[in-house]
Every structure is written in structure tokens, then in C-alpha cells.
Write a protein that binds this ligand. Structure first.
Ligand SMILES: [Zn+2]
Length: 311
């Protein structure tokens, strides 16, 4: 099967900031099942998202890969690390710079708050600040702190106000990136590439046709579609899977005490997979599987019924 002649590929893209927890296992399982539901030629890839190097922990990618292997989630190709792919991000930024679709920004967080206050815009204390476009026409002598994507200019020129897409689970979606986010950061001056640029370049160059990830990442999609268009990349299909909530109702994360999944024995790994499958709404098998590999195989048909309805 293919999308516009391309062979189907999906990926799981963990950040090596801690071991896999129940929430990240749900995303891994969802992306694996989606690829397998497209047949034996579809490819499931693992990409270690370590572009944001400050938060990454040494040795953690090996821990994650071992946890996946214990759950019989084995990538079809060798995993890749974003920190080994910075040349690709460099070229994408150069392409945007040469077309005046990226510009340097010298604003501190305080500068942005002050500009928003002057414009009479208030924002909730922890809400994302909408960049007011201060440096669009020059730095005014300030040192560059970041490179920003000229999202507002590109969206207006391309008629992408708003960006519209259809999520395979959530249905029709739209976001006006200029209004809700503003010109967003592609690279910080001290070096690190942002998630937005790295994920768009990697998904395109790895031939990802189906992005299956947690619903907490759904609000990044419009930004990523804008960048794909600006860079001449195809837009993949998107499916945002249910996320596991912590007891406080927040998304389960390493920050609010998500514990690592237990893969110490094959039986423990199977129990973790069964819990993840329940989050995805997959029915329990009539005959319980005795190992991770059999359980995975048994969920492929129910996944197809739930998430891949015939067009
Ligand atoms: Zn600025």
C-alpha cells in the first residue's frame, strides 16, 4: 500500500530524557500497530529526538531501545539520532533564509512580554507567547538570539490562514498559526535546533507517510504543515492517539512522576503492553496471548478496524 506512490512508513520518536513510561509506550504501540496494519512492506522506524540536547540524559536512548525490544517493538531499520542529522537541519534553514522565510531575532522573553504589553495583549502566565514580530525588519543593533520562521508572511502568501488538516482520529482540524503562535523559533543562537524544524525535516527525509503520536502533540501539527509547505515537502497523514493522564488529570510525563514501564520479565512486559492496548481502545483477545510478540500480532486486525476504516 502507498500514499501517492510512496511506501508506507511510520515512526516512534522518543526523547532520551528518561525511560519509557506508560504514556510513551502507548505512542510506541500505536505507531507500530499502524505500520503493521498496512502490511509487511510498511516500515516502522525509531528516531531518537535528542536535538534539544540540554534535557537529554547520557545512555538513556539505549535504555529506551532495550525497553522497546523487551516489548517486541523492533524497528525495521537501525535507529537514527537527531544529533547526527544536524547537516540536514542546516540545509533546511539555509533554504528558508535564502527565500527570506527565516530571520534572526534578538528578543529576550522580557522583550516579548513588553512588546505584547505595549500592543495591549495580555497572556496567561504560563501560556505560549505569540511572537509580536519585533525583529521581522531587522535586529536594531541587538545580538541575534534565535532564527525564526516567517510563518505569518508564508501563511498569508500561501493562503494557509488557517492551516486545515484532517486527523485520522480527531477529524477536521484547523489553526491560524500567525494568530495563535506567531513566527516561531527554528534554531536558538546557542546551537540547539527546535523540535519543529527537526521533526519536519526528519519525517520528510525518512519518507514518513503516517505520523502516529500522542494527542498532546496535536497542536504542533499546523506549524509543521506550514514548514513542510515552505520546504517543498509532502504532508504526512496524522493520527493523534489517546494519551495517558496522571492522577492530577495532567498529561503523564517524567515531570509529574510517571514511573518507567516494567520490562524486567517477559510477563511484566506483556502486562505493560496490555495496559497500553486498553488506552488505545483495543479489545482484549479471546485467547490471552502468552508473549509480547503474539499479543502485538493479535492487535493488528482490531487496530485496522478502529483506526483504518476503508476510504
Ligand atoms: Zn525578536
Amino acid at each position: 500500500m502507498s500514499i501517492a506512490g510512496r511506501s508506507i512508513a511510520g515512526r516512534f520518536a522518543p526523547s532520551p530524557t528518561g525511560p519509557l513510561h506508560r504514556g510513551s509506550l502507548v505512542a510506541a504501540l500505536a505507531s507500530w500497530l499502524d505500520v503493521r496494519s498496512h502490511g509487511p512492506e510498511a516500515r516502522w522506524l525509531v528516531r531518537i529526538e535528542d536535538a534539544d540536547t540540554e534535557r537529554c540524559l547520557p545512555g538513556m536512548s539505549e535504555v529506551i531501545l532495550a525497553q522497546l525490544a523487551a516489548c517486541a517493538l523492533i524497528p525495521d531499520e537501525a535507529p537514527v539520532w537527531q544529533t547526527q542529522r544536524t547537516g540536514f537541519y542546516e540545509r533546511a534553514l539555509e533554504q528558508l533564509q535564502s527565500r527570506q522565510l527565516a530571520y534572526p531575532c534578538g528578543c529576550t522573553r522580557k522583550d516579548i512580554d513588553e512588546a505584547l504589553a505595549r500592543a495591549g495583549v495580555s497572556h496567561a502566565r504560563h501560556a505560549e507567547r505569540v511572537y509580536p514580530g519585533t525583529c521581522r525588519h531587522g535586529l536594531n543593533g541587538k545580538p541575534a538570539r534565535a532564527w525564526r520562521f516567517a510563518a505569518e508572511k508564508f501563511a498569508a502568501a500561501s493562503g494557509l490562514t488557517p492551516v486545515r488538516w484532517t486527523d485520522r482520529r480527531l477529524g477536521p482540524q484547523s489553526q491560524d498559526v500567525a494568530r495563535d503562535v506567531g513566527d516561531f523559533v527554528l534554531r536558538r543562537a546557542d546551537g540547539p535546533w527546535t523540535y519543529q524544524l527537526a521533526v519536519v525535516v526528519d519525517d520528510a527525509l525518512q519518507g514518513i507517510t503516517d505520523v502516529v503520536r500522542g494527542e498532546d502533540l496535536a497542536d504542533n501539527t499546523a506549524r509543521q504543515i506550514l514548514l513542510q509547505r515552505a520546504l517543498g515537502f509532502d504532508t504526512p497523514r496524522y493520527l493523534h492517539a489517546p494519551v495517558v493522564l496522571a492522577p492530577d488529570g495532567q498529561k503523564l510525563s517524567k515531570q509529574n512522576g510517571a514511573t518507567p514501564i516494567d520490562t524486567s520479565t517477559p510477563a511484566a512486559a506483556l502486562r505493560e503492553l496490555e495496559a497500553a492496548a486498553r488506552v488505545l481502545g483495543l479489545p482484549a483477545a479471546a485467547t490471552p496471548a502468552t508473549n509480547a510478540s503474539d499479543a502485538l500480532t493479535a492487535w493488528v486486525a482490531p487496530w485496522r478496524d478502529l483506526y483504518n476504516p476503508a476510504p
